[in-house]
Write a protein that binds this ligand. Structure first.
Ligand code: EPZ
Length: 415
């Protein structure tokens, strides 16, 4: 177990470029299953989850090289295997996205049901229902999925604009040389980045109220650069607003409209450039109401970080979580730091306090851990965040990034 020691009370200042988007890199790495040709991926983030998906690609028969820290070269070496090692899928939910591409290429696939963050039950029924609509015969055998069949084009309707289900279906449809339409899809920038990558491989995809895919039997290789991580950029913007100070964060402002609106509403001053934002804050923040939702709504992955910020706003705020009903497991940890938060019916009522108290707290998932680190910026004295590997799954080094903004923060191995 490692722990992060944060000394609170300093203002932030400096500049930071975030790495590539985790939630774009993972489905794009899965998409390399669709071709035997060489694929070069650039701006791939240096994360534990990327290591996991690379292990999985190698287990399926791909050769994966890493000529540079953020560059991967993927080629085929022999036949693809249809069986995915259960341990890797249970470790990380995104591994489930290999089901569609394996099925599209081999006509069969066996994948165990996913694990990943404990954000309440995280079913994959929409993935399976969609794959069945394009011709897959799906069987559930002892905690795993067996799928087979020759896939064909179809018009699919998603009951909920699920990010994963949309990506699963894009990955399969890209290899079907017919027309497939996905109705009520997710429009997250990471889904769009996957679509752009599939187009670079030879699929034709039109992106409107619904997504229309004309796949290809044989997809070719590509050399592709992944978009910046808007959730990590947003995490650091919230840190600056919360602690006070001024910083320039490299990102795509267009991917963060909902967050920028809310940060302005609580009093931060923000200037937007093409590939960066500058944010300035006095640290005196106004309370507000926010509700998470599918893109372009407020991202659920920034909900814990915003709740940490609102814990020290000048008044009472309301945060409604509409994507993962029980995404408030981190709240008792904030309360240990003196926050006044009540949660009921997936809604947090936050009564702002003048400041938080440093304490020893525990990260319960990637974004909960990030929220506790940000809370440490607003706390008096020292905060210790105990972390059993959650943070490294989503942030290549959150301490390095916050030190670049002037924070006194360090990792320690817990004895
Ligand atoms: C992706 O998860 C992200 N993960 C999550 O980020 C993110 O929070 C989420 O999208 C929402 O934006 C990756 O991209 C790897 P969903 P995903 O399918 O695909 C329900 C992080 O920290 N649902 O849009 O699992 C589901 O239970 C992670 O980086 C079904 O009911 O999200 C949830 O309530 C955390 N049936 C809602 O939809 C299904 O078949 C949204 O899930 C699929 C989903």
């Amino acid at each position: 177990m490692r722990q992060l020691i944060i000394r609170g009370g300093q203002r932030l200042s400096g500049a930071l470029e975030v790495e590539g988007a985790k939630n774009a890199a993972l489905p794009i790495l899965c998409a390399t299953i669709l071709t035997d040709a060489e694929v070069i991926l650039r701006n791939v983030p240096h994360l534990q989850d990327v290591v996991t998906i690379v292990e999985l690609l190698k287990a399926l028969g791909k050769r994966v090289e890493q000529p540079e820290r953020n560059v991967y070269r993927i080629t085929a070496q022999g036949r693809l295997r249809a069986e995915v090692p259960a341990e890797l899928v249970r470790r990380m939910r995104a591994s489930f996205l290999v089901l569609g591409p394996l099925l599209a290429r081999l006509g069969e696939a066996r994948v165990s049901l996913p694990g990943g963050c404990v954000l309440g039950p995280r079913p994959v029924d929409l993935h399976l229902k969609g794959l069945a609509q394009i011709g897959a015969e799906i069987g559930l055998v002892q905690g795993g999925v067996e799928a087979r069949g020759r896939l064909h084009g179809a018009e699919i309707y998603l009951d909920y604009p699920s990010v994963g289900a949309t990506e699963q279906l894009l990955l399969a449809a890209a290899a079907i040389p017919e027309r497939t339409v996905i109705r009520n899809p997710a429009f997250e920038p990471e889904v769009e980045d996957l679509a752009h990558f599939l187009e670079a491989m030879g699929a034709r995809i039109t992106w409107g109220r619904e997504i229309e895919v004309h796949g290809a039997e044989r997809l070719h290789g590509a050399d592709y650069r992944i978009i910046p991580d808007r959730i990590n950029a947003g995490t650091y913007m919230i840190g600056v607003a919360l602690a006070g100070g001024r910083a320039r964060i490299g990102c795509r402002p267009a991917h963060l409209e909902a967050l920028l609106r809310k940060l302005r509403e609580c009093g931060a001053r923000i200037e937007e450039e093409e590939n960066a934002i500058s944010i300035e804050s006095s640290g005196e923040l106004q309370p507000l109401e926010l509700e998470t939702g599918p893109y372009p709504g407020f991202p659920t992955d920034l909900q814990p970080q915003m709740t940490a910020l609102l814990s020290v706003a000048r008044g009472t705020s309301i945060v409604r979580e509409r994507v993962f009903p029980d995404r408030f497991a981190y709240v008792p940890q904030l309360v240990r730091m003196g926050a006044q938060i009540r949660v009921s019916d997936s809604t947090a009522i936050i009564k702002g306090v003048a400041h938080l108290e440093g304490a020893a707290v525990q990260a319960t998932d990637i974004r909960a851990g990030a929220a506790l680190v940000l809370a440490g910026l607003a706390a008096q004295a020292e905060t210790v965040v105990l972390d059993e590997g959650h943070l490294a799954r989503g942030y290549s080094d959150i301490a390095r990034d916050l030190r670049a903004l002037g924070t006194k923060i360090r990792w320690e191995d817990q004895d």
